[in-house]
Write a protein of this length. Structure first.
Length: 305
């Protein structure tokens, strides 16, 4: 839980020549919400950890070609990762979803989710060992929470658009694994990052397929993200499906590779008019789309040669 630090004690002179101690407050990046939540699966009560805003906690940096916002560490708060607070996880049964869907779990699925409790824990601990959701979030437990979101949406009905949300959660898990690799090189987080981004590629493609065949819609999602700072909407989702195919699609079969790249190029061309300027398109999205379009065109030319 959040604490007042006992370190950094300052001594000030009193009016009678005595000294008194004043405790400096530990820099906080989060707080525990007062709202008590009741898990729809196991009925445990708990409170969410929420990210504090303001006071220079978040210093925005660049946006990657995957539309991931990077943040610069601040002198007072260090590195802050907004993504680790996005998932709501029951600390007892480890059922998880994005915040607004936590209580939308269908009634018929609750016994199944409870039955799978130990399996869910075991799967998560194999990838992210020794996480504890009773404690404040860390990079590791934050990544684990988003992995649990991927598992959690298997139990939701099509009305909440679970497949695209699994794609977003997979991509976010990959980003946090990138951060973990920077902090803990040699512990295979780079491999995990690649694995989760490949899973994101699958889910984005599957979500589009399901929308096209009518088995699932996007009506259950209001914010396509993919990060927390901006909603790039449906066009951003299409762009991501293209770039994920480009970066993480199969490469062994050149004919198959050409098919994937051709479809990715058509998607970007359809949305962005072959990369021409458009005031209606978000600046970073348009800029990255142009770069990806050119990179895909170059690779297609190399395949054809």
């Amino acid at each position: 839980m959040l604490k007042v630090a006992l370190t950094g004690v300052r001594r000030l002179s009193g009016t009678l020549g005595k000294t008194r101690c004043i405790m400096d407050e530990e820099p906080k990046v989060s707080y525990i919400s007062k709202e008590e939540l009741i898990c729809p699966v196991c009925k445990a009560s708990f409170r969410r950890e929420e990210l504090l805003s303001g006071s220079g906690r978040l210093i925005a940096g660049t946006i990657t070609d995957e539309l991931h916002r990077l943040y610069e560490p601040s002198a007072r708060y260090g590195c802050v990762y907004p993504l680790i607070y996005q998932a709501t996880v029951c600390p007892e049964c480890w059922f998880a979803s994005m915040d607004k869907d936590f209580f939308q779990l269908p009634a018929f699925a609750r016994d199944i989710v409870l039955r799978d409790r130990e399996q869910r824990r075991a799967q998560t601990n194999r990838i992210f060992p020794e996480v504890d959701f009773h404690e404040n979030r860390t990079l590791v437990s934050g990544a684990a929470s988003l992995y649990l979101v991927i598992l959690g949406y298997d139990y939701f009905s099509k009305e909440v658009s679970p497949t695209i949300k699994q794609g977003i959660a997979s991509l976010r898990t990959g980003w946090l694994c990138d951060e973990l690799h920077e902090k803990k090189p040699g512990e295979h987080y780079d491999w995990l990052a690649l694995l989760f981004k490949k899973k994101a590629r699958f889910f984005y493609a599957e979500a589009l397929n399901r929308e096209q065949n009518g088995s699932e819609t996007f009506e259950g999602i209001k914010n396509f993200g993919p990060d927390t700072d901006k909603n790039y909407a449906y066009e951003g989702m299409l762009y991501l499906s293209a770039i994920l195919n480009f970066k993480f699609g199969p490469r062994e079969d050149s004919a198959q590779r050409r098919t994937y790249l051709g479809e990715a190029k058509r998607i970007i061309a359809r949305i962005f008019g072959l990369g021409k300027s458009s005031k209606a398109k978000p600046g970073p999205l348009l800029e990255h789309a142009r770069n990806v379009y050119d990179a895909i065109s170059k690779e297609l030319n190399e395949i054809d040669e």
